[in-house]
Each structure stands twice: as C-alpha cells, then as structure tokens.
Design a protein around this ligand. Structure first.
Ligand SMILES: [Zn+2]
Ligand SMILES: [Zn+2]
Length: 150
C-alpha cells in the first residue's frame, strides 16, 4: 500500500487508516519463507504535534518446517510495529526507529515484510519441547523412543 505523505507531513492532526493485505504474488518473491495466507496489515499513520508516526499490526500464517524433527506445519503470527517517518535525518537521530521517506509517496510493503521477517524466532519448532530426531536412526522422538533413546 502506498501512503501519500504530503498532507501527513504538513497538517498536524492528519490521520490515515491502513487496512490492506499483501497478496500472494508479492509474498512469492520472499526467499526462504512460504506464506499460507496473505499478510493482513492494520494501523494508522498520524501527525501528532508535527511528528508523523506509523503504527500497525501485521498478521500472517507461515508454512514452515520444524528445525528439530522436520515435520511441516502452519503457524499464525501477529506482531505490532511502530516507526517514525521523517523526510530527512539529522545526525543525532537514531536511524533504526526512523524511516526516511525519499518522496511523498511511501510504499510500505517492503517495510512490513522486513519488520515481520526480523520478528520471527531464529529457530522454528513445531512445539516448544520438540524432541527432534534421533541422530543415529532418524526416528521421530516425539512419537516415542528408539533403540538409542529411552
Ligand atoms: Zn519438531
Ligand atoms: Zn535411534
């Protein structure tokens, strides 16, 4: 979704609602991740006392594979994000929190994808206490023991 920023930057109190989905065609381009559903994005961009802040939540379902037992599963995620939009950065601004918009039209898809992927856990587990596979025979230890594991 493209957010038109001109009025948001210029008018204190200006507010734009965000409610859209990032569809499959876009998500197919994301390497290393398979989305089962489009990403739903809901939030607002608002000029509060001259500061333009973007707050949104993103929800999606990822089709993934357990790092321990290799079973495939779908998992739902939902994350909240907040950024401050600026036309340019001064030296003492912390650049992680601030998003510099080069033009008055800001396409937020890329930001949403980056935010979401960075928020995912580094290990994908089918469940917190997944026992994984036996390194000797490959048996799924969630299904019971094998000769190498009680
Ligand atoms: Zn597992
Ligand atoms: Zn075994």
């Amino acid at each position: 979704m493209v957010i038109r920023l001109k009025q948001l930057y210029n008018i204190v109190g200006e507010k734009v609602s965000i409610d859209y989905t990032i569809d499959d065609d876009r998500l197919k381009e994301v390497k290393g991740f398979t989305f089962s559903d489009p990403i739903t994005v809901k939030g607002t961009v608002m000029n509060r006392a001259g500061i333009v802040s973007l707050k949104y939540s993103a929800g999606f379902t990822l089709h993934t594979c357990c790092d321990r037992c290799l079973i495939e599963f779908d998992r739902d995620y939902s994350f909240d994000f907040e950024h401050i939009l600026v036309r340019s950065l001064s030296n003492d601004d912390d650049s992680d929190e601030y998003i510099v918009t080069e033009t008055d039209e800001f396409d937020m898809d890329e930001l949403v994808l980056t935010d979401c992927l960075l928020s995912l856990p580094s290990k994908m587990l089918c469940r917190e206490d997944c026992k994984g596979l036996c390194p000797e025979c490959g048996a799924d230890l969630n299904q019971g023991g094998c000769d190498h594991n009680g």
